[in-house]
Write a protein that binds this ligand. Structure first.
Ligand SMILES: N[C@@H](CCC(=O)N[C@@H](CS)C(=O)NCC(=O)O)C(=O)O
Length: 336
């Protein structure tokens, strides 16, 4: 009897997981009424709770944009803080609906891990930070250095490649938790801290006891296109996330922002009419309300607004993350 019950329970679990897989995350999110979003454990400008416990940052804004597009309400998001090592399992297992956490788009993550990258939210590259007092001017002077790094990252792999390619040696100090790796670096347990340059800028501005005591070296040793991630085989959800990001970019290109979009509802510009849902049926194809893109801009803002709100105060420049019309790489395919 016990054995039979166990078999029955197993079958029920299998059926449940099969049903879960068959159901699009888009439908699941609509029926539960919120988006479960995997974020960083706390990186200023990207995802960090403020003093009232409210999550803030550009990665957080992407999740809010998805909630605005899919549910019509940017506040319908729950956040799961994840270390680099925890993040992909959390997505694969269904614990989160979307991973929006300074994650680099690589071919192995996009294929072997069974994931899909919905675009690029921030173009980045890996760099090195050292205490100013070491008087190091270039990464080529780091032979023999002790380097603090987090595991489960592209950072760890690029670090090894760079030192090998330049015939230099290093001693890695590998620590999983951000808090602890930073404590180690700031306490002088390593000569160098390496991560994406955005991470270095954010950490120096928000965590260094004295930001001016640390320099970011000029070498950028890799390409780190960071973007939101979903599971393979979940195309409707993939589309919803991809076009929420594109709406933030296209909104900026069209000159639409959270403060002017209501006045622009009556615009005679056909691109704006389609964008705000005043003409056409773009929402229907996505399985969303026709005001999906309007809701993103009205409730979260365009990409430039999010950048200005979250990253500018920490000293970030737009650089590669400017629109293609302004010399950057940000380019949304047509919303039509
Ligand atoms: N972009 C790289 C690195 C991402 C990463 O996890 N960076 C660290 C250093 S800034 C981080 O975000 N740590 C925060 C945490 O573990 O919560 C990747 O995708 O592997």
């Amino acid at each position: 009897m016990k054995a039979l019950l166990a078999v029955a329970a197993g079958t029920a679990a299998l059926l449940a997981s099969g049903a879960l897989q068959a159901q699009s995350t888009l439908d699941a999110v609509k029926s539960k009424g919120y988006v479960q979003c995997g974020v960083n454990t706390g990186l200023a400008g990207f995802s960090q709770p403020d003093s009232r416990g409210e999550w803030k940052g550009i990665d957080v804004d992407l999740c809010r944009a998805v909630a605005a597009a899919v549910l019509g309400d940017a506040s319908k998001v729950r956040f799961t803080p994840l270390t680099a090592q925890q993040r992909f399992t959390a997505l694969q297992s269904g614990e989160i609906d979307i991973l929006s956490r300074n994650t680099t788009w690589t071919v192995s993550r996009d294929s072997s891990l069974g994931l899909n990258f919905a675009g690029v939210l921030y173009y980045d590259g890996q760099g090195f930070m050292v205490p100013r007092k070491l008087n190091v001017k270039s990464a080529r002077q780091l032979n023999g250095a002790t380097v603090c790094v987090q595991p489960g990252t592209t950072t760890e792999l690029n670090l090894a490649d760079y030192f090998r390619a330049n015939k230099m040696s290093f001693k890695p100090v590998v620590i999983e938790k951000l808090e602890e790796v930073l404590n180690a670096y700031f306490a002088g347990r390593c000569d160098v801290y390496t991560t994406d340059v955005s991470g270095l800028v954010a950490v120096r501005a928000s965590r260094a006891p004295k930001p001016e005591d640390h320099v970011i070296l000029p070498e950028v040793i890799s390409k780190e296109p960071l973007g939101p991630v979903v599971r393979h085989g979940d195309d409707k959800w993939f589309d919803a996330v991809k076009w929420s990001l594109n709406a933030m970019l296209e909104g900026e290109e069209l000159g639409l922002d959270s403060t002017n979009i209501d006045q622009q509802m009556g615009s005679s510009n056909p691109s704006i009419q389609r964008f705000v849902g005043a003409s056409g049926e773009l929402g229907k194809g996505l399985g969303l309300d026709n005001k999906w893109a309007y809701n993103v801009i009205k409730q979260v803002g365009n990409y430039g607004e999010s950048f200005a709100r979250n990253l500018k105060p920490l000293g970030f420049d737009r650089g590669l993350n400017n629109l293609w019309t302004q010399g950057g790489l940000m380019y949304a395919p047509p919303i039509r």
